[in-house]
Design a protein around this ligand. Structure first.
Ligand SMILES: *Cc1c(COP(=O)(O)O)cnc(C)c1O
Length: 473
């Protein structure tokens, strides 16, 4: 497809600008460009160009999108409308507090709900992504240990099944990363944990359910081991969709959490944002939370700053529109609805897993939580068809591929997260499609090696696309 610049025709215009009614302003020469290269096109050309582009993308509004670990769920459009209300969307972040009491009430109320849902005592909404939340929380961890004269605690323990952002955030925050092995049940190996904890442990980062979609059964014992060694427990809340309203990280022994509002709380995930990764913590850590904070007083809300704060972690107050959607979601569903959505996510994952595990040798026969991981190793050994071939073949069937080759501890991994918003009919259809692909692996493996056949881009050089992306003309 031609780019909008290649389509440009000199002299074409999309809009006619009326002659100026005000006097010309003399800018300093140095602020003026010599040249401005913009595509020259009529309005209809521009609309068609972007409409054509949008049709080549695949989103959760197009079809089944089971990208595991990402929670690509359908989010109610009503919440977009509420976030777009002028009072919210047009509020300038520098407006005086007394003029934006409603927006500050959104921040305060949402923080309180998230604290309640996670079992934490205080919440900041500022971080703009999950990884940003991890980083912020690790700054709190560092500040906490320092305040107790324990700056020597410089190691963060991360399971070998962890999401890549965990070790990356720990390193960014200046910690050394120590890996802890998984046991036969794919949970944290308790013996290995005992071996790696010590008086240099700052925290353990863990997601529960794990990235394999399994509930960490030994969580209470794990928390005890880390706490006895003087370390903190950090909950990566990206998988909260499986347990919200059912169990709370604070009750499992965690001291800090981050949530992904763009996974769990009604903001579409993907496309580069905007996201939101609020951080919650237990009372002893609250004084280190970022500034500015919204303070509730008898006379309404005001801004405040804490002197022990780790400082500011984003411009203004973070991605406010995402908060409005999250609050709308929580209020619409209520406690019972939140729990029901988590339970339905788990039910859907188990339903699909049961339907397809019989022809894909499953890695683990425990019931799953919100997602499950299959291994295509046996299929590859028998037919040469790999996990990526299966995933690519799904594209031709109008289904977004699941997460591939993650977590790293499962060979030829395919990780499915159907989410609560998919119907039984959709799940049955997906199971049929997968069964068809597996049958083809035994009869016509070639057609799978060359899939997808109907996509605009078929098999890009993925390393090159990630390392040297060409994102402009
Ligand atoms: C998505 C995810 C993250 C990171 O969240 P971003 O918003 O993408 O930065 C961290 N941990 C887990 C388990 C995740 O699935």
């Amino acid at each position: 497809m031609q780019t909008v610049f290649e389509k440009s025709v000199k002299g074409k215009r999309g809009v006619t600008i009326a002659p100026a009614e005000v006097e010309k302003y003399d800018f300093n020469e140095k602020y003026l460009r010599d040249e401005l290269v913009l595509p020259e096109l009529a309005e209809v050309d521009v609309v068609r160009h972007y409409t054509a582009l949008s049709k080549r993308a695949f989103g959760v509004d197009d079809g089944f999108y089971p990208l595991g670990s990402c929670t690509m769920k359908y989010n109610p459009k009503l919440h977009e409308e509420i976030a777009a209300m002028k009072g919210f969307a047009d509020a300038h972040p520098l407006t005086r507090a007394d003029k934006v009491q409603g927006s500050l009430a959104v921040i305060d109320t949402l923080s309180a709900y998230l604290a309640g849902i996670t079992g934490m005592d205080a919440v900041t909404l500022q971080p703009c992504a999950g990884a940003h939340g991890e980083y912020t929380a690790l700054l709190l961890v560092a500040a906490y240990h320092k305040s107790r004269g324990q700056s020597g605690r410089n190691k963060i323990i991360v399971p070998d099944s962890a999401h890549g952002t965990n070790p990356a955030s720990a390193a960014m925050a200046g910690f050394e990363v120590v890996s802890v092995k998984s046991d036969a049940d794919k949970g944290v190996d308790i013996e290995d944990l005992k071996r790696v904890v010590g008086d240099d442990t700052a925290a353990l980062m863990l997601t529960n359910p794990t990235t394999l979609g399994l509930f960490e059964k030994n969580i209470i014992e794990i928390a005890e081991i880390v706490h006895n060694a003087g370390g903190l427990m950090y909950y990566d809340g990206a998988n909260l969709n499986a347990v919200m309203g059912v169990v709370r990280p604070g009750d499992m022994g965690f001291d800090l959490v981050h949530l992904n509002l763009h996974k769990t709380f009604s903001t579409p995930h993907g496309g580069g944002g905007p996201g939101s990764g609020p951080v919650g913590c237990k009372a002893p850590l609250a004084k280190f939370l970022p500034n500015p904070r919204v303070i509730r007083t008898d006379k309404g809300f005001r801004y405040g700053t804490g002197k022990n704060s780790v400082g500011k972690v984003s411009s203004f107050y973070g991605n406010f529109g995402v908060y409005v959607k999250a609050l709308a979601y929580i209020v619409t569903l209520g406690g019972v609805g939140l729990r029901a959505s988590a339970e339905t996510a788990v039910l859907n994952a188990n339903y699909l897993r049961e339907k397809i595990a019989c022809f894909y040798p499953a890695d683990n026969d425990r019931p799953c939580m919100h997602e499950f991981v299959l291994s295509m190793k046996k299929l590859k050994d028998e037919t040469g068809v790999s996990a990526i071939d299966v995933a690519k073949a799904m594209i031709d069937e109008g289904i977004h591929p699941p997460t591939m080759y993650f977590p790293l501890i499962v060979e030829e991994a395919l990780m499915f997260e159907p989410t609560e918003t998919e119907s039984k009919e959709t799940l049955d259809h997906v199971a049929d499609v997968l069964r068809g692909i597996i049958e083809r692996a035994y009869t016509d493996p070639e057609s799978l090696h060359s899939a997808p056949h109907n996509a605009a881009i078929r098999r890009p050089d993925e390393v090159k696309a990630a390392r040297n992306p060409v994102v402009r003309e």
